[in-house]
Design a protein around this ligand. Structure first.
Ligand code: SAH
Ligand code: SF4
Length: 365
């Protein structure tokens, strides 16, 4: 009979292996988690990189069925941070030695938005003498826009595929040109073409999603050879169409457990990439992110958005830290990471050997 030891010795995992690992329990689950942690420690060091998360705006043109800030949610008060506010956040990150930031927002593709983002990127590069790394998470854009933002100084881009199963993708999005699976994949290609380190990921425990889908998701991430991954549990939001399926969902604790297993298996499959311990983990378990670090994740994205607007960037329910100030978050984070025996690596962009190694290759998928 096949055992976990047989699987973990393999050069590369097949779908059946991944399905086996996703269902491990007790001692085998422990072995899985120890293996991924050990790999992270050996190849990337027992350390965590910080990306200060700035939630730039909750204005969004799209209508993803899972998301609380979707365009059609009339119950959501909207905001856009001023340029000065974003710069203040970036200064905070720089002064607190975060090393890098993420600018995330609802999706807009108008000229005013595009040029404001370019100007903000340039200003942040200037204030930090080029030292602060900038990741963008601003949705699907044209190749020209990605190029413009890359030239302005951003160097990493996060755009989740959400699900690599085209049929499931169609069930969690409206069916129109703004929400097409093909366009999503094309956007991922263009992000890489523009020069960015490519980040993507999926939600775990969505309505209609099966273990088979999750195994395929991991194979997809491997196939496109991503540089960084952010995967988190799906968490329902009452003002969204998917809320109607809430009674079909796995209990939140099981979605959390599945997310840990996805992170651990991904670390085994793609040993030297950046894997984030996402905020949604913390929404289910106050120690969710720390637990993800313990089993192989190596990036944390502390929220440094101004306190007064944080409650309005509500992608899902129970989003944590919505009434804290950035300073309180930094202190508590350092202590939390120490508590689990890791340490924060300050003042680093935190690029992985994976990206550096593959930088010269034209990686097409
Ligand atoms: N508009 C951009 C960035 C903001 S949304 C974009 O869509 O890429 C960032 C991520 O939040 C999404 O990719 C999605 O995976 C996650 N998200 C949205 N709603 C969620 C929910 N209900 N539960 C868990 N994650 C959610
Ligand atoms: Fe907009 Fe992103 Fe939410 Fe979709 S997931 S509705 S693009 S903010």
């Amino acid at each position: 009979m096949k055992t976990i030891r047989d699987i973990l010795q393999k050069e590369s995992l097949e779908k059946q292996d991944i399905l086996y690992l996703l269902q491990t329990k007790d001692e085998e689950r422990k072995i899985l988690f120890e293996t991924s942690r050990e790999l992270r420690d050996r190849l990337l060091g027992n350390q965590v990189y910080l990306r200060g998360l700035i939630e730039y705006s909750n204005v969004c043109n799209k209508d993803c069925y899972y998301c609380g800030i979707r365009h059609s949610n009339r119950n959501q008060k909207r905001y856009v941070l001023s340029d000065e506010e974003v710069i203040e956040c970036a200064k905070f990150a720089y002064e607190n030695q975060y090393g890098s930031i993420v600018i995330q927002s609802g999706e807009r593709t108008d000229e005013i938005f595009i040029s404001r983002i370019s100007a903000i990127i340039r200003e942040i590069k200037k204030l930090s003498q080029g030292n602060l790394g900038i990741t963008l998470s601003l949705g699907e854009q044209t190749l020209e826009t990605y190029q413009q933002w890359f030239e302005a100084g951003a160097h990493r881009y996060l755009l989740r595929i959400e699900s690599s199963n085209k049929e499931l993708y169609a069930k969690i999005h409206p069916s129109n040109k703004l929400h097409s699976f093909e366009k999503r994949v094309e956007a991922l290609r263009n992000i890489r073409k523009a020069g960015f380190q490519l980040g993507t990921g999926v939600m775990i425990g969505m309505p209609f999603q099966t273990l088979d889908d999750l195994a395929e998701d991991l194979l997809f991430l491997q196939k496109i050879d991503v540089d960084m991954v952010g995967m988190g549990p799906y968490i329902e939001h009452c003002d969204t169409p998917l809320y109607a399926f809430k009674d079909t969902l796995l209990p939140k604790k099981e979605r959390l457990e599945l997310t840990f297993k996805m992170i651990s298996i991904l670390r085994i499959m793609m040993k030297d990439i950046n894997i984030a311990a996402t905020t949604a983990l913390q929404a289910i378990d106050p120690m969710g992110r720390e637990k993800a670090i313990k089993i192989g994740a190596n990036v944390i994205m502390p929220n440094i958005t101004p306190g007064n607007v944080r409650k309005n960037y509500k992608l899902y329910e129970d989003k944590p830290c919505t009434d804290e100030t950035p300073g309180e978050c930094t202190e508590c984070l350092d202590a939390r990471i120490q508590m689990i025996g890791s340490k924060i690596s300050y003042n680093q962009w935190g690029d992985t050997p994976h990206f550096k190694k593959n930088r010269e290759n034209e990686r097409v998928f």
